[in-house]
Design a protein around this ligand. Sequence first.
Ligand code: GDP
Ligand code: ZN
Length: 307
Amino acid sequence: NLLQGRVLSVHGLQSKVLGDNGVLYACAVRQVLKSLSTSQRNVIVAGDRVWFRSESRDGVSLKSEADGMIERVEPRTGMISRTSRGRQHVLVSNIDAMLIIASAEQPGIKPALIDRMILTAHQCQIEPIVIINKVDLIDLVDLQPLIGVYSSLGYRVLPTSAETGQNVDYLRALLKNRQTALAGQSGVGKSSLLNAVQPGLGLAIGAVSSDNDKGKHTTTASQLIPLADGGAVFDTPGIRQFQLWDISASEVAGLMPDLRPYVSGCRYPDCLHLAEDDCAVKNAVADARIDARRYDAYCHLLEEELM
Ligand code: GDP
Ligand code: ZN
């Protein structure tokens, strides 16, 4: 008589689990599960599908420390993880798409940051979706070149405004029935957009901070926000404060779909496509088989990575 559910968040040894029956449980983890997974830093992570034994009756806890006991974890797909000291640290699991949110103004668009997030989505084999919020503050025509480049690569790009409600219905439809991770720097309007997508959600709206989140207290606790239409959004502080995790300079070109076909044609197998001779990537840029703006973006990413 095990129940099934999804892990909303993990705090130390306790997990908050939303049962498929709609009841919220505080669950501990069976000791035997912990010893099984010594190679992975996290036994249970937000997003996990779990089987658990209820230890409550009618939603009322029988024990003070737990309402349930997790007995089994389903195999994970779509993990967002980072490696630290040789160990994989999973932030969230079972993610279908990464919602990469930037804003047109306050703060302005940082294409290199968007590119980093797209690369990480590729590395995790998750679909990236790019949202440009606060378009009420600009002339949409100014965004066309950027939207054009990403669209031509097959990425979905959606201009939105939480303020005027522009494309909020479309965003709601994109989120429906999937597990989506939220990424994007502080102040771009992630909370405002979610509040617009789901009236009554009531996430706190912050002011735009000038110092880029640095120095702010960070935690790795994830939040899963179930959506009324089905599906859920994962808001993970570690993904909000985005870095180019785990991706080395030599991997960057291979994670860009328009550069990838050329990398095997370079003379040197470890070619970084910068100053090397006989570089198939640079040759493709020279005769416009690769968009020069994309090669520029590549060089930006590499500069950051090599610094
Ligand atoms: P978060 O840190 O990414 O969650 O951003 P918030 O949702 O807290 O929003 C940061 C600030 O941007 C707040 O002052 C919001 O009122 C403002 N904001 C959010 N979305 C929009 C928008 O579409 N247009 C305008 N003009 N302001 C917005
Ligand atoms: Zn090369």
